[in-house]
Design a protein. Structure first.
Length: 281
């Protein structure tokens, strides 16, 4: 991604944060401060742990303290949607928000996860999605955010499989394009099906839990993509053992952060140096 003309530094520090639970593992502060250094933006960026029943109170307190916006991560993306007073068109379909802007007229909700994932798969990993058989595992906030952007790439097939089938059905039912609908599935029903791209959008990587998916889902030359980053998950191990090319979610993380940074600051940072920097840590 190319950098825009650098903006003039500001005198005041504009405060941003990522809100989640758990949050200690988040690399977002490092990424955003690197973007800020690169583009000469005067900002601060913190990790904020919100109680599981206290997301709304946490965000309202941040607004009171003058923060300009937050990123939202697991498990609060649906709660963030409810709290926003204005939603971008992508967010209206997804019902999940990962980037909030605290504006004078209210809270604006965006979702940059989809753009981040598509950019990483198609550009960084050079894997076209068009005409591929794609399996999306999970139906939480992350899956909601990437479903429509995946459909827009016109895969041959898009199956959403989730432990709770109804949630997968809900995502699929919200397809914006009736000609390119996805299919909902349980994990058990994936037997005898093969996919060219398998994306793990469940939170099982956080707890090192294996998914009950058959080895046969990984077709020859399959790209297995885990949205989790920073560790080898049981999903990655299973995919590797079945001959798949494996990628973690670091590229998506940096790309979605770059989109959020652009929404907040109006400048596009360069992503590849930041991906390389974090990979080398
Ligand atoms: P949510 O809490 O909204 O959703 C969690 C999902 O995981 C649900 O589909 C849930 O299934 C499933 N799940 C949880 N535990 C299990 C289990 N034991 N077995 C099977 N399925 C399970 O989380 P998010 O969607 O916000 O995030 C999901 C993951 O994606 C997280 O690890 C997050 O860190 C990562 N992520 C990475 C990004 C990146 O940029 N790299 C961006 C966004 C997210 P059920 O519906 O049945 O409960």
């Amino acid at each position: 991604m190319m950098a825009d003309k650098y903006a003039e530094p500001l005198n005041e520090v504009d405060r941003y944060a990522v809100v989640g639970n758990p949050i200690a593992h988040s690399k977002s502060p490092l990424i955003h401060m690197e973007f800020a250094r690169q583009t000469h933006q005067n900002i601060s960026y913190e990790r904020i742990l919100a109680p599981l029943d206290g997301f709304e109170a946490t965000v309202l307190e941040l607004i009171k303290q003058g923060y300009k916006g937050v990123n939202v991560t697991v498990p609060f993306k649906f709660k963030a949607y409810d709290l926003c007073t204005t939603h971008s068109p992508q967010v209206q379909l997804a019902g999940a928000v990962n980037t909030m802007i605290f504006a004078d007229f209210g809270i604006v909700g965006h979702n940059t996860d989809g753009d981040g994932l598509i950019e990483d798969i198609t550009q960084n990993l050079k894997t076209p999605i068009r005409d591929k058989r794609v399996l999306l595992l999970g139906a939480g906030g992350a899956a909601e955010g990437v479903f429509q952007p995946l459909l827009v790439e016109h895969p041959k097939l898009l199956v959403v499989a989730n432990r709770t089938l109804q949630k997968a059905e809900k995502i699929v039912s919200k397809s914006s394009d009736k000609a390119w609908q996805g299919k909902a599935s349980t994990f058990e029903d994936l037997n005898n099906q093969q996919f060219d791209i398998v994306i793990n959008a469940t939170s099982t990587g956080l707890s090192d839990t294996a998914l009950p998916i058959p080895d046969s889902v990984f077709a020859e030359n399959c790209l297995a993509y885990d949205m989790m980053y920073g560790r080898e998950t049981p999903f990655m191990q299973q995919a590797r053992a079945n001959g798949a090319r494996v990628a973690d979610g670091l590229g998506m993380l940096v790309e979605q952060a770059a989109e959020a940074f652009y929404l907040w600051r109006g400048v596009h940072p360069e992503t590849q140096p930041v991906i390389d920097m974090i990979r080398a840590l």
